[in-house]
Design a protein around this ligand. Sequence first.
Ligand SMILES: Cc1cc2nc3c(=O)[nH]c(=O)nc-3n(C[C@H](O)[C@H](O)[C@H](O)COP(=O)(O)O)c2cc1C
Length: 140
Amino acid sequence: MYQLIYISEKSRHFELEDIPRILHIARINNELLNVSGLLLDLPEHFIQVLEGTQNNVESIFTKISDDIRHCNIRCIYKQTVMLQEFGDWSMGFSGELNLEVIQDTIHIANEFVRKQTFTNIQIDSLKLLLKSLNPTSKTY
Ligand SMILES: Cc1cc2nc3c(=O)[nH]c(=O)nc-3n(C[C@H](O)[C@H](O)[C@H](O)COP(=O)(O)O)c2cc1C
């Protein structure tokens, strides 16, 4: 299992109506390639995690990188992992979570997007944040 996390900036080509279009195509393509993940929709940025085989994740990421609706795409993490962590979603979307959770998440995630470099602990924290959004995961 291979995971990739990137941060990007919404470009001037992006419009609100793109979200359902992106989710539609993502859920079709990702399911075909057995890739799962989560898309975090921030006011000016996206954070997305993709998980699957390395080939499939890389091929989807290549397409995503060519998309003019976002720019300054920075892959901040790619790693082979032992366990599938985002398998419940073909493409989870932050906008479909409850409002309180979204607001907390946006607040925390906005701190990350401003960073230029990431320590391992920061990446682990980001992954925990993303994982905690899974509706089936327990919160304590
Ligand atoms: C922020 C963002 C996230 C995206 N995520 C995915 C994704 O997870 N999977 C996917 O196939 N396309 C995703 N897309 C869309 C791709 O950039 C591209 O439009 C699409 O893969 C083209 O699919 P097609 O070759 O089947 O027409 C995303 C686009 C943006 C802007």
